[in-house]
Ligand binder design. Structure first.
Ligand code: HEC
Ligand code: HEC
Length: 331
C-alpha cells in the first residue's frame, strides 16, 4: 500500500541531506581540530603518572645493527638512520638539514621518506610535485588548516625558508625511492581507546575499547619503534565498517556528481600521473587534512584549483570514507 506521507518523507530526507554541512561550513564555527580532531591532532595533557625515559639507555630496533643512547633520537639536525641499506645515500639536507631553519627532512619524513600520520610520505611522489609544493610554501600559498598542530606549522616555517635549489635536492632524493606498503587498514565497530600525544593517536595500555564513530584512528603498529623514529615500522588505521566500499564508490564513480573521478588526474589505481601526486596507501590522517585544507582554501597553491570540484561538497563522513579507501590501496 503506498504511503500517504511519501512526499513528506522524501521532502524531509531531502532537507536533511541539503542541510548536512560541508567541512568548510562547519569550520567557520569550530576550527579544524573540532571538525576533524582525529586528523588535526592536538596533544592531551600528559598523564600524571607519565614516566620520563632514561636518556642514557642504549636503544636499537629490530633488523638494525645500529645502536645509540636514547638522547640521540630527537635530534633535529641528525635524526637516527637505523637502516642505511634501506635507502640511497641521503643528501646532507635530508640527513642533517642546512644548520639554519631548513631542518633535516629525514627528522620528520624519515630517512626512507615513508613519513608518519602527523607529517606526510614523500617517497615516490613526483619530482615536479615536490618542487611545486615547496614553491607554494615559499610564497605563503600553503598554510596549515590547524596552526595549533605543531608539525604542519613547523613544515610551513621550513617551506618559507627553503630555497628552490634545496627543494630540488630533496625532490630528487625522495622521488627516486618507491613508496612501500605502510598502513594496514582495518574496518571495525570498536577501537582501542587512544590518547593524543606526539600529535598522533597512542593506544592507552589496558584502556579498553570504544565505538569508532565517524573517524579514522591511525596509530603505530609498534609505538616503541615509532617513537625511536624507526623507518621500518608502519601504522594501522582503524576505519568504520563499510567505509572502504563507500569510499571506493565516491572515488571510482564520483558519487553521482558529489565529487569527481579521481583516477582521471591521479592515475589508474591512484599511483600518481605526471606531476599529480600518488594517493594509494598513504596516511589517511594526512590525506584527510589535505582534503580539508583544499576545501577551506588554506592550501591554495598554483595547482590547487584543479581540486576545487573534487572537494567542494565533501562532508566529514565523505572524507572518512575516501581516505579509508585510498589508504587501503597498495602503493
Ligand atoms: C618538523 C618536521 C618536518 C620536517 C623537518 C620537514 N617536514 Fe615536510 N612536512 C611536515 C609535515 C607535518 C607535513 C604535512 C603538512 C600537513 O599535514 O599539512 C609535511 C609535508 C611535506 C610535503 C608535502 C607532501 C605532499 O604530499 O604534498 C613536502 C613536499 C615536504 N614536507 C617536504 C619537506 C622537505 C623537502 C623537507 C626538508 C628540507 C621537510 N619537508 C622537512 C613536517 C616536516
Ligand atoms: C582535475 C584533476 C584532479 C582530479 C579529478 C582529482 N585531483 Fe586530487 N589533485 C590534483 C592536483 C593537480 C593536485 C595537487 C594540488 C596542489 O598542488 O595543491 C591534487 C592533490 C590532491 C591531494 C593532496 C595530495 C598530497 O599529497 O598532499 C589529495 C588528497 C587529492 N588530490 C585527492 C583527490 C581525490 C580523493 C580525488 C577524487 C575524489 C581527486 N583528488 C581528484 C588533481 C585532481
Amino acid at each position: 500500500m503506498p504511503c500517504r506521507y511519501e512526499h513528506l518523507v522524501t521532502g524531509v530526507i531531502a532537507i536533511i541531506l541539503l542541510s548536512m554541512p560541508t567541512v568548510a561550513q562547519q569550520r567557520e564555527v569550530d576550527g579544524a581540530n573540532a571538525v576533524l580532531p582525529w586528523a588535526f591532532v592536538l596533544n592531551d595533557p600528559a598523564p600524571a603518572d607519565a614516566t620520563v625515559p632514561n636518556p642514557n639507555e642504549i636503544v636499537t630496533v629490530p633488523g638494525s645493527s645500529v645502536s645509540m643512547p636514547r638522547s640521540a633520537i630527537n635530534i633535529q639536525n641528525g635524526p637516527p638512520d637505523w637502516h642505511p641499506d634501506g635507502h640511497p645515500p641521503m643528501p646532507t639536507l635530508v640527513s642533517t638539514g642546512d644548520g639554519n631553519d631548513v631542518v633535516a627532512c629525514g627528522y620528520c619524513h624519515l630517512p626512507n621518506g615513508q613519513g608518519k600520520p602527523e607529517n606526510a610520505s614523500l617517497a615516490g611522489q613526483p619530482y615536479d610535485y615536490i618542487v611545486q609544493q615547496m614553491a607554494d610554501w615559499r610564497k605563503g600559498l600553503r598554510k596549515p588548516g590547524e596552526p595549533r598542530m605543531a608539525p604542519p606549522s613547523f613544515m610551513e616555517r621550513i617551506g618559507l625558508a627553503a630555497t628552490d635549489e634545496q627543494a630540488r635536492v630533496a625532490a630528487e632524493y625522495f622521488s627516486s625511492m618507491d613508496f612501500k606498503q605502510w598502513v594496514r587498514v582495518v574496518e571495525t565497530d570498536m577501537v582501542p581507546k587512544t590518547r593524543f600525544s606526539g600529535w598522533i593517536h597512542k593506544v592507552i595500555d589496558n584502556g579498553g575499547m570504544e565505538p569508532i564513530g565517524t573517524r579514522v584512528v591511525e596509530t603505530p603498529e609498534n609505538l616503541r619503534q615509532t617513537e625511536l623514529r624507526d623507518d621500518a615500522s608502519g601504522f594501522v588505521a582503524y576505519v568504520p565498517m563499510g567505509a572502504i566500499a563507500r569510499g571506493k564508490n565516491l572515488v571510482v564513480t564520483g558519487g553521482n556528481g558529489k565529487t569527481t573521478v579521481c583516477a582521471t588526474c591521479h592515475g589508474p589505481e591512484l599511483k600518481g600521473l605526471g606531476p599529480v601526486p600518488a594517493l594509494a596507501g598513504r596516511s589517511p590522517s594526512y590525506i584527510a587534512r589535505q582534503l580539508y585544507d583544499l576545501q577551506t582554501g588554506v592550501r591554495n597553491g598554483a595547482w590547487s584549483d584543479l581540486m576545487d570540484a573534487t572537494v567542494a561538497n565533501l562532508t566529514v563522513e565523505d572524507i572518512v570514507n575516501i581516505v579509508a579507501y585510498t589508504a587501503s590501496l597498495s602503493p
